[in-house]
Design a protein around this ligand. Structure first.
Ligand SMILES: [Zn+2]
Length: 289
């Protein structure tokens, strides 16, 4: 069997009750209807830095040592992101990350939580697109992330990818959650998810590939906008996993802590026939940029 691919989409500050079952995000609704949805709670501060570090590395708040978005004194050197871990386990693994929040992917930023791995970029095994939504606004930056990620997924088809959108968090902060602006941000983000799904589905049809497509968020927002506290509207998170060109296994977890998301996704991929020992000969070049 060919290597099973994995795409994790990160949607920052996504309120579950606004995104699902409201008609505002039809692609996410369809993904949930076909997939497995696990609701969960952030265990550390409901702040993007610590929460994404936990989700993407599998390390707890105490382990990675990140308290805020300045990320001073982080221990990311001891806690590689899931793309890096998969590559360390199987050096033929191709990986890709695209994000507009510099903490995630920009080596000049406070992290990055996702390692740059320049040697693998040079070898065509890894790709990184890093934009700056803090400076230019996620409403402007997210569509570019979606367009670049679509190209990478469609043409290179990396084994593992992480693609991140942040317009919902921005809209939550500026306008609050029950606002036309938040709804619009949800709709835009959902269209980006649809763009990525189109690329994945085209590969499923063309190459007969199997893809795990997952989505998650790092925290919610209080109704008026804002996060960082312990209210259920802020601690809420989820992992949604679906399989394109294949089936989810019959046994699925009822509960997953955010630190368990990527471990479970990597296990799911391996169980479906991807990962170590299953990787197809990787001749793909991920660096489309
Ligand atoms: Zn966030």
């Amino acid at each position: 069997m060919d290597a099973v691919k994995l795409l994790l989409v990160g949607l920052d500050g996504l309120r579950i009750d606004r995104a699902f079952g409201t008609g505002l995000a039809p692609n996410l609704d369809a993904l949930a209807a076909a997939g497995h949805f696990v609701r969960s709670e952030v265990e550390g501060p409901t702040i993007s830095g610590p929460s994404w570090a936990t989700i993407l590395t599998g390390a707890t708040h105490a382990e990675h040592g990140i308290d805020d978005n300045l990320m001073r004194g982080h221990r990311l050197a001891e806690h590689p992101d899931f793309l890096t871990r998969a590559w360390q386990r199987d050096p033929s693994t191709t990986t890709y990350a695209a994000a507009g929040w510099p903490n995630l992917t920009d080596p000049a930023g406070a992290g990055p939580i996702v390692r740059l791995r320049r040697e693998q970029i040079d070898a065509g095994q890894h790709g990184v697109v890093s934009l700056n939504g803090e400076l230019y606004g996620y409403r402007a930056v997210d569509p570019e992330i979606a367009a670049r990620a679509r190209l990478a997924l469609a043409h290179a088809g990396p084994d593992l990818s992480f693609v991140y959108f942040c317009e919902t968090d921005d809209a939550g902060h500026y306008f609050g959650v029950f606002t036309p602006q938040y709804d619009e941000a949800l709709g835009n983000s959902d269209r980006h998810v649809g763009t990525l799904l189109d690329a994945v589905d085209a590969r499923v049809r063309q190459f007969g590939e199997t893809w795990v497509v997952a989505a998650t968020t790092d925290h919610g927002h209080v109704d008026a906008g804002g996060h960082g506290g312990g209210a259920p509207e802020e601690t809420q998170t989820f992992l949604l996993a679906s399989v394109r060109g294949g089936e989810l296994p019959p046994s699925l977890p009822e509960r997953l802590a955010p630190r368990e998301y990527v471990d479970w996704l990597l296990e799911l991929r391996t169980g479906l026939g991807g990962g170590p020992g299953h990787a197809a000969a990787a001749e793909v070049s991920v660096g489309v940029a």
